[in-house]
Design a protein around this ligand. Structure first.
Ligand code: DGL
Length: 266
C-alpha cells in the first residue's frame, strides 16, 4: 500500500510526520510543488491546474493508492477537481480541520487563520457551518514567507503574529463571537504554534489538523494500513532539492535522505 501526500511545498511534511506515527505500515510518496508555491495567493483555476497535475503524478507515476491533500489551499479550492482527475480515494484537510474544531469547541465559535485563497473560498466557514459551528476566517499572508525564510523564532515574526492575532480578536469581538478554538488552517502555521499561542487569550485552544488527518486516514484504511515497521518514504520536489532537504527537515522533524526533482510544467 502506498499513500501519496501532496502539498504546495514543505509544510505538508507536518502531516506526513503524523501519518508516519499513526500508520507506519505503508509506503509513502511525498510531493512538494515547490516550483509553483505559493498556492495561497493564486486563483482557483490555477490552483486546480497545479494540484491536479501533482495528484496525477503521485497516482500515475508513483502508483499511490490513496491521496492525502495536506495543502489547505488545494483542499479548499481544488478538491473536486482532484477527485475528478484521479481514481483513488482522496482526503483533504479542510474536512479534517473542521472535524478537529468540532471536537475542540464547547462555545461552538471558532477562529480560522489561513492563506488569502483559502479564506476567500470560505471552505472552512462552510465546513464549520455544516457542524453547527460559527467561524471567522482571517488571511495571514505574511506568515508563509516568514516561515520559508526560517524566521520561526524571529522578533519580526513575533510582531507580525501579534498584529494579526490582535486584528482577529477584534474581528471576533465585533461579530459577537465567544471563540474558544483557533484552527491553524495552513501547512506552515504549526511551526509558529508557540508564537501564535502567546498572542491569543489563554482560553483559546490552538489546533492543527495534522493529527486528526492521520487518524482519519488510519480509520479509512483499516487493516490495509498494514503493520510493517519500515515504511519506504520517497520525496519529490518540483524545484531545488537542496532547499527541500534543508527546510523540509524542520517540518518533518527528521533528516530527509534524498529528494528527486520532477518537472510538472508551468
Ligand atoms: N500549503 C499552503 C496551505 O496550506 C501554504 C503555502 C502556499 O501558499 O502554497 O494553504
Amino acid at each position: 500500500m502506498k499513500i501519496g501526500v501532496f502539498d504546495s511545498g514543505f509544510g505538508g511534511l507536518t502531516v506526513l510526520r503524523a501519518l508516519l506515527r499513526h500508520i507506519p505500515g505503508v509506503d509513502y510518496a511525498y510531493l512538494g510543488d515547490t516550483a509553483r508555491l505559493p498556492y495561497g495567493a493564486k486563483s482557483r483555476a490555477t490552483v486546480a491546474r497545479y494540484a491536479t497535475s501533482s495528484a496525477r503524478f503521485l497516482v500515475e507515476e508513483e502508483e499511490a493508492e490513496f491521496l492525502v491533500i495536506a495543502c489547505n489551499t488545494a483542499s479548499a479550492l481544488a478538491l473536486d477537481a482532484i477527485h475528478e482527475a484521479v481514481s483513488v480515494p482522496v482526503l483533504g484537510v479542510v474536512e479534517t480541520g473542521a472535524n478537529a474544531a468540532d471536537a475542540s469547541s464547547t462555545t461552538r465559535d471558532v477562529l480560522v487563520i489561513a492563506t488569502a485563497a483559502t479564506v476567500e473560498s470560505h471552505a472552512y466557514t462552510a465546513a464549520c457551518a455544516a457542524r453547527k459551528l460559527r467561524a471567522i476566517e482571517k488571511a495571514c499572508p505574511l506568515l508563509v514567507p516568514l516561515v520559508e525564510e526560517g524566521w520561526t523564532q524571529h522578533p519580526v515574526t513575533e510582531e507580525v503574529v501579534r498584529i494579526y492575532m490582535g486584528e482577529l480578536m477584534e474581528q471576533s469581538r465585533a461579530a459577537n463571537l465567544n471563540a474558544d478554538t483557533l484552527v491553524l488552517a495552513c501547512t506552515h502555521y504549526p511551526l509558529l504554534r508557540a508564537t501564535i499561542e502567546r498572542a491569543v487569550p489563554r482560553e483559546v485552544r490552538v489546533i492543527d489538523s495534522a493529527e486528526v488527518t492521520a487518524q482519519q486516514v488510519a480509520v479509512q484504511l483499516g487493516s490495509a494500513g498494514g503493520s510493517a515497521l519500515c515504511p519506504q518514504v520517497e520525496f519529490f520536489a518540483t524545484d531545488s532539492v537542496t532547499k527541500f532537504r534543508e527546510l523540509g527537515t524542520q517540518f518533518l522533524g527528521q533528516a530527509i535522505p534524498a529528494v528527486r526533482l520532477v518537472v510538472l510544467g508551468g
